[in-house]
Design a protein around this ligand. Sequence first.
Ligand code: KG4
Ligand code: ZN
Length: 320
Amino acid sequence: MESIKILAFETSCDETSVAVVENGKNVLSNVISTQIDIHREYGGVVPEIASRHHIENIMPVFTEAMRQAKCSLDDIDYIAVTNTPGLIGSLLVGLMFAKSLSWANKIPLLPINHINGHIFSNFIENDIELPAVSLVVSGGHTNLYYIDEIDKIDEIDKEIKITLLGETLDDAVGETYDKIARVLGLPYPGGPEIDRLSKNGKDILQIKKPKVEEYNFSFSGIKTYITNYVNNEKMKGNTISKENVAKSLQEIVSEVLSEKVLKVMKNMKVNTILVSGGVSANGRLREKFKEISEKENVKVIFPKLEYCTDNAAMIGCAAY
Ligand code: KG4
Ligand code: ZN
């Protein structure tokens, strides 16, 4: 098999990441420099600070990714870079760096959509049987897709067709975690904190499922319900169990997400479920889908933890 090596860049938010991926599956390096500790002080990502740090980080991260992959630019067949969506100043740093390398070394450049990157993070180290339903749950998106292989176009052997079935009508699920964490006085990013605390909590709130048509989602009602609960309890002078609030959030989120995925699975007769994006690192969500996999006899695929949150390997995989 011919080896195609792709050098990939991801700088859409607060992670500077560079990877070298061979044939869309074999990750030769995936270096991630996160700015979480810097932005934590402000309770969220500050775009101007993020872009300045990308400028400082991109060269050393690139050098390290090439060193770990034992590659020189002569070995690279394509350069891939996230071009949208994301913070504009952050995206520009990765884009300009990748474009310059591409132009100076005459290596073709492939612009990649960040969400497609998350979708393809499931393909790293996994053989996937299509059609599949793909759920992308990140800080900015909650999207549901139908993915299928379609016939040969030009000289490409197989083309993968991605169809958006539904999305959130308001807040993204990661954003909901981060906002509720803030209400509870937990540090940014809130998802991992809530995930950790929920292990010692009880589902005391038993939040009702939002009524949303078709394959769409809504999380703003859940966010408001929990915020009001916390504020009311505080006003009454009661102590709040962060663990119980965390557990209640985990239960409703995993219920809502899995319910919609099951609906697609049954309506469209799909036997493969792909879950990706930062929130796919969530323990309860992974457990819930494992239960579904056993009960329904379907294949559920989650990326390895390092490919859940933003990384360049997924961009290299999507480019391939
Ligand atoms: O995919 P990602 O790194 O960036 C975006 O494209 O947005 O996702 C970041 C989001 C944050 O909202 C973060 O709180 C959430 O993923 N997250 C989690 C967990 N780890 C990260 N949410 C729930 N449970 C986790 N374990
Ligand atoms: Zn992302």
